[in-house]
Design a protein around this ligand. Structure first.
Ligand code: BG6
Length: 513
């Protein structure tokens, strides 16, 4: 495929920021995330020439295997999951210098062997390479790995054998704790070893082009921002619906549930980008300062502001699917929610009184992630309503996925002169922008952007320590209330719009999924 950067005039002007030569260590390199996302993302970065000229990959996990086998498995993962079919020569070049360090994460000799590999790469380069440690393991290993990296002195890179120093960074996957207390504890453990500036907490939604576009949409256009407040906006609906079930992740998911899995992180990120004040600059701290202010302005949700539900058997995409409790690995009496909806309010000058409703669920009618902003109706109805025909409030929909784009709904005159008694009639129409057709290029996967930014040391699209704690503080009262409840969650049939109970959260109703 031709390089879209050179053929697409709309992407002209894209700047590639340099990345310092780096050795990337992936802990959990044989895991699902590495196979499906991280290794394919690295391949696509290599394909686009975005990796530094000197780049080494080191895989680490418990399984014993030789470097050769690791390379073969990594190549298979790329072939299976890359967004573009790999060019074998590029793939081979990417993996040529990669190696594998096996062992249990609490075994200090793992870090000793790792250090030897890192030092060898530095010496071969004749300069110290940046070191990026990617924690893609089960969360229980995060503190262990961080502690061992610190014990071995790998949290800094002062340089060895007369070489000047370089950067050391750590990327931490989600979930970052499973409640406020755990998140605080994990922050303390991580920050005991690394400085905040070295820590990159992943929320892969921030790596999505359409999520970053929320900021571009708001702050690069004069048209919408004057309306972006309680005077014009009636309410906001944020949806992250999935048609898939839990696959083979019952162990993780049953202990987590929808609120922790998607609302605490991804959906609150969407909310903060939508509601934040314009930052003074797009530097990591300026942006995150504004985001944290939004989170702190959110009132703790009351019991009536949250709904949870679990799917029963049903049909999705024409296929009969079992109830959540009948999924493999899920206890028969599980009360874990597979659907969660929350009504929040950002209690500040700009947003006070505007309901912001969030909903997410597995096994809903289809996959769609969107932010729908509904404006207040016009103050005077000059045009009559006739059934569904008539003026309706403007609605702006930012579609995160699929069919990435932006739609603006507004009223237009229905054409025609009509009969002798006919009045002018108005109905809603849509104005649409679609990424795929406008830019004629395939968007990169979120992980491509995030891996590159972490290696560059740009933390704008990563969650800061105070941000992650503020997110947990919002979810905590709901989690506690649910834990204390006698009854279990409501139910909804797989393949449906979700539970009827969620309707009460939003006057005027939810958009169809
Ligand atoms: C993950 C959740 O963080 O996000 C999954 O753990 C969910 O349960 C996934 O399916 C959704 O991501 P995306 O990019 O497909 O919207």
């Amino acid at each position: 495929m031709a390089d879209t950067l050179t053929v697409n005039p709309l992407t002209a002007g894209l700047e590639r920021l340099p990345v310092h030569p780096t050795t990337l260590v992936i802990f959990g390199a044989t895991g699902d995330l590495a196979r499906r996302k991280l290794l394919p993302a690295l391949y696509n970065l290599a394909h686009e020439g975005a990796l530094p000229e000197r780049f080494h990959l080191v895989g680490s996990s418990r399984s014993e295997m030789a470097d050769e086998e690791f390379r073969a498995r990594a190549a298979d993962a790329v072939r299976a999951f890359s967004r573009r079919p790999p060019d074998e020569a590029v793939l081979e070049a990417l993996l040529a210098s990669s190696c594998y360090v096996s062992g249990s994460f609490d075994d200090p000799t793992v870090y000793e062997r790792l250090e030897a590999v890192l030092t060898a790469h530095d010496e071969e380069a004749g300069e110290p390479l940046d070191r990026c440690f990617y924690l893609s393991t089960a969360p229980s290993f995060f503190p262990v790995i961080v502690r061992e990296l610190g014990a071995r002195g790998l949290d800094t890179h002062a340089g060895t054998g007369g070489l000047e120093g370089a950067q050391a960074r750590v990327v931490v996957e989600k979930p970052f704790g499973s409640n406020l207390h755990e998140a605080r504890e994990l922050n303390a453990q991580v920050l005991d070893v690394f400085r905040e500036g070295q820590v990159f907490r992943i929320d892969h939604y921030l790596g999505k082009e359409t999520v970053q576009n929320v900021l571009a949409f708001r702050f690069a256009n004069a048209m919408f921002e004057p309306l972006w407040n309680r005077n014009y906006i009636d309410h906001v609906q944020i949806t992250a619906a999935e048609d898939i079930g839990i696959g083979s992740r019952a162990g993780y998911y049953d202990a987590s549930g929808a609120l922790r899995d998607l609302i605490q992180n991804h959906m609150l990120q969407l909310l903060t980008l939508l509601c934040m004040e314009p930052p003074v600059s797009f530097s990591a701290d300026e942006v995150r300062d504004e985001k944290v202010k939004v989170l702190r302005a959110i009132r703790p949700p009351a019991a009536g502001d949250a709904v949870r539900a679990q799917y029963t058997a049903g049909t999705t995409s024409g296929e009969a699917v079992p109830a959540y409790r009948d999924e493999e690995g899920v206890p028969d009496d599980s009360t874990t929610e597979t659907y969660a909806a929350l009504r929040l309010e950002v209690d500040n000058w700009r947003w006070a009184g505007v309901p912001i409703a969030l909903r997410t669920g597995k096994r809903l009618a289809r996959k769609v992630t969107e932010i729908a902003v509904t404006l207040k109706p016009v103050p005077h109805q000059a045009f009559g309503m006739d059934g569904a025909v008539g003026p309706q409030p403007n609605q702006l929909v930012l579609t995160v996925q699929p069919n990435e784009g932006v739609t603006l709904k507004f009223g237009a005159k229905i054409p025609g002169v009509g009969g002798p008694n006919s009045r002018m009639r108005v109905r809603p129409v849509n104005m649409e922008f679609l990424y795929g057709t406008a830019f004629l290029s395939q968007s990169p996967e979120a992980y491509e952007r995030l891996i590159l930014d972490a290696m560059r040391g740009d933390a704008t699209l990563f969650t800061r320590n105070d941000e992650v704690e503020a997110q947990w503080a919002i979810c905590e009262p709901v989690l506690n209330a649910w834990a204390a409840e006698r009854g279990g969650p409501a139910t909804y049939p797989a393949g449906s719009q979700g539970p009827a109970e969620a309707e009460a959260l939003l006057e005027g109703g939810w958009r169809a999924i």
